[in-house]
Design a protein around this ligand. Structure first.
Ligand SMILES: Cc1cc2nc3c(=O)[nH]c(=O)nc-3n(C[C@H](O)[C@H](O)[C@H](O)COP(=O)(O)O)c2cc1C
Length: 259
């Protein structure tokens, strides 16, 4: 089993790194796990310039030609990914936010949905908000385990440390087990995402050509898998309702001015 840990602290080997090392150790007590550490502070991943070309016309047209492609490969070669960020004013660090933005196209054209994800936030206040940002990163593969790890600038009581250690161990074991299950049936949310994109993309074809090319030949899902009948029916109905509710966002055609 291969796990890639993506660490968003500018401090490199700070608290987040120590937490991941403990996760690595706990997982290896259950079974053999090979860990790869990606320190975003070392990566040559430029700041997103906001051209939006990756989403509209395709990530190959991103004007920055650096580590994004090798990072993609590292994610692809892992079975599980751990996303780690310190809490900075109740949000992810800038390094993690830039990483999330640089992979924005995967929210339209998912690449990593076969991965299992663990999210880890560390710091004090506002860790839930940090976890919320991490939860949707890299196009939304299923988050199977999460950990809010408290780290205060002062020492905390041994019994609190002990409790935290137990929570860490549970989260690490849960992550191991979820990867080991090897199930690739999509979650309702991800299946719903597929149905939604499939439904709306033809109408915005000229504005999102990369999405159109990506979805046009896809039938049941992003990859071959079994889709439960209730999920199929539920998502079909819901995606139509969502499309209807979002009708004001549909491309505007000024028919009168064309006449
Ligand atoms: C710019 C900045 C903002 C921070 N904001 C918060 C915060 O909102 N709440 C908090 O409890 N800790 C905050 N912290 C502290 C870090 O979250 C905490 O020290 C964390 O454990 C550092 O993790 P690291 O060693 O992996 O970088 C902040 C630190 C920095 C540098």
């Amino acid at each position: 089993m291969k796990v890639l840990a993506i660490l968003g602290s500018p401090k490199r080997k700070g608290t987040g790194y120590k937490v991941v090392q403990q996760i690595e150790q706990k997982m290896n007590q259950v079974g053999k796990v090979e860990f790869d550490y990606l320190f975003l502070s070392d990566a040559n991943l430029g700041l997103c310039r906001g051209c939006f070309l990756c989403v509209t016309k395709g990530e190959d047209l991103c004007p920055m030609n650096e580590d994004r492609i090798s990072i993609e490969r590292r994610i692809e070669s892992a079975d599980g990914v751990i996303l780690v960020s310190p809490g900075y004013v109740q949000n992810v660090s800038w390094l993690m936010k830039n990483f999330i933005d640089r992979f924005a196209y995967t929210h339209h054209r998912p690449k990593f949905l076969d991965k299992k994800v663990m999210i880890v936030a560390n710091g004090g206040a506002g860790l839930e908000k940090v976890l919320d940002s991490l939860r949707i990163a890299i196009g939304g593969p299923e988050v199977v385990s999460e950990l809010a790890y408290m780290k205060t600038p002062w020492p905390i009581a041994p019994k609190v440390e002990e409790k935290q250690g137990k929570r860490l161990e549970k989260a690490a074991v849960r992550f191991y087990q979820a990867i080991n299950e090897k199930s690739n049936e999509p979650s309702f949310t991800n299946y719903m995402g597929f149905k939604f994109f499939k439904e709306i993309i033809p109408a915005v074809r000229e504005y999102l050509p990369a999405d159109y090319e990506f979805y046009k030949d896809k039938k049941d899902y992003y990859y071959a898998t079994r889709i439960d009948a209730s999920k199929r029916i539920g998502a079909g109905i819901l995606s139509r309702i969502v499309t209807f509710l979002m009708r004001d966002l549909a491309p505007y055609e000024d028919r009168k001015s064309r006449e």
